[in-house]
Design a protein around this ligand. Structure first.
Ligand code: NAD
Ligand code: WQD
Length: 337
């Protein structure tokens, strides 16, 4: 079975390509390398001992996409390609709408034209409104606070409508919580450009001495120790969730939204201390003000993933902290080194 993976050179995409090759799928990647390095795919091939096909172009390029669908008979698509920096989406919203919506629409068109019926979409916990009770079930109220989030919610709606219009189609909208960690080999991992926005890369780069200190964004939330609580999920567990979603999509029709989280929340200080303990390093940090737009606590209800996909997270916070550090120490400057 041949799978088209858009955005496959990126953080979650590269881990999923590895899981796909290991499971015996044929893999074709399209990525414009806007936020990634083709080195990740070379390492996926090296780790799996198998090869994949890589095409460097923008998913919005319908001519190239059409030629690709003629060249390969895809069973299913996993659509990771997208821009994901929340802050940048506020300052350059049109770039986010153009990239994330038009790439998804181009794929919808090709699915219909070439009879490819299954698609797994990278959605996000960010599509949930901020006033829901925890844990977040898939039927919690939806609503966004930034353009990035809206692109995800709009793509969800487009894909839901597509499945109504095309009853033979099957789409799984995977709502990721906070992916962290890396493959245990340390050969592939998260390689953010510039100063990281997310907690874990900020911690690893501070531990390495590339950044001076971590600022903990507020310690006056109504949580276990006052710092923000999130549902961190190991990227290898997340990758395996895509394989389960593929199997589900191939057996079923219609559109389903499914959370991929652990159901367990950890505070910023809990993560920081776990990281220091597991890796026997010190991470200089200060308590800073709250970050605008943050809320106290976010964690998933992972029951639907268990019931519908037969998937649940297996790796814990120590694995996530150890593997993130292993990747960072082996690749202090990421793939560019
Ligand atoms: P990433 O930036 O590492 O990977 C995305 C990949 O898509 C990159 O390799 C980039 O070059 C490529 N890309 C972007 N636009 C493209 C286009 N128009 N054509 C071709 N390639 C394009 O990000 P990631 O963390 O691996 O995230 C993958 C997906 O999951 C994204 O859609 C993201 O929004 C979503 N997501 C990520 C997180 C997270 O915290 N990492 C959480 C929830 C959802
Ligand atoms: C986690 C916690 C911060 C950095 C974001 C996106 C979301 C999704 C996942 C794509 C919070 C605290 C962080 C730092 C800190 N991405 N923190 N100091 O905000 O939960 O989610 O990534 O879909 O859409 O919004 O993740 O890693 O930025 O923050 O104290 O330097 O760490 O306040 O409590 P977040 P994060």
């Amino acid at each position: 079975m041949k799978i088209l993976v858009t955005g496959g050179a990126g953080y979650i995409g590269s881990h999923t390509c590895l899981a796909l090759l290991e499971a015996g799928y044929e893999v074709v990647v399209v990525d414009n390398l806007r936020n990634s390095d083709a080195q990740s795919l070379k390492r996926v091939e090296e780790l799996s001992g198998k090869s994949l096909s890589f095409y460097a172009f923008d998913v919005r390029d319908e001519n190239r996409l059409d030629a690709l669908f003629k060249e390969h008979r895809f069973t299913s698509i996993i659509h990771f390609a997208g821009l994901k920096a929340v802050g940048e989406s506020v300052t350059i919203p049109t770039k986010y709408y153009a990239n994330n919506l038009i790439s998804t629409l181009a794929l919808c068109k090709m699915m219909k034209k070439h009879g490819v019926r299954n698609l797994i979409f990278s959605s996000s916990a960010t599509v949930y409104a901020q006033d829901n009770a925890m844990p977040l079930g898939e039927d919690a109220r939806l609503g966004c606070t930034n353009p990035y989030g809206w692109t995800k919610l709009m793509c969800e709606q487009i894909l839901r409508d597509l499945c109504v219009a095309e009853p033979s189609f099957s789409v799984v909208l995977l709502r990721y919580f906070n992916p962290i960690g890396a493959h245990k080999s340390g050969r592939i991992g998260e390689d953010p450009a510039g100063i990281p926005n997310n907690l874990l890369p900020y911690i690893t780069q501070t531990a390495l001495g590339r950044l001076k200190q971590l600022s903990v964004h507020g310690d006056d939330y109504d949580t276990v120790d006052g710092t923000g609580v999130r549902d961190y999920i190991h990227v290898v567990d997340l990758a395996n969730g895509h394989l389960k979603a593929l199997e589900y999509a191939q057996r079923n029709r219609g559109c389903e939204a499914v959370n991929l989280g652990t159901g367990q929340g950890y505070s910023v200080l809990q993560i920081l201390h776990a990281f220091e303990q597991v890796n026997k390093v010190t991470v200089p940090h200060v308590i800073g003000p709250r970050r605008p737009g943050d809320i106290a606590t976010v964690y998933a209800d992972p029951k639907k993933a268990r019931d519908l996909l037969g998937w649940e997270a297996t790796l814990g916070i120590e694995d996530m902290c150890r593997d993130a550090w292993n990747w960072q120490t082996q690749n202090p400057k990421g793939y560019r080194a």
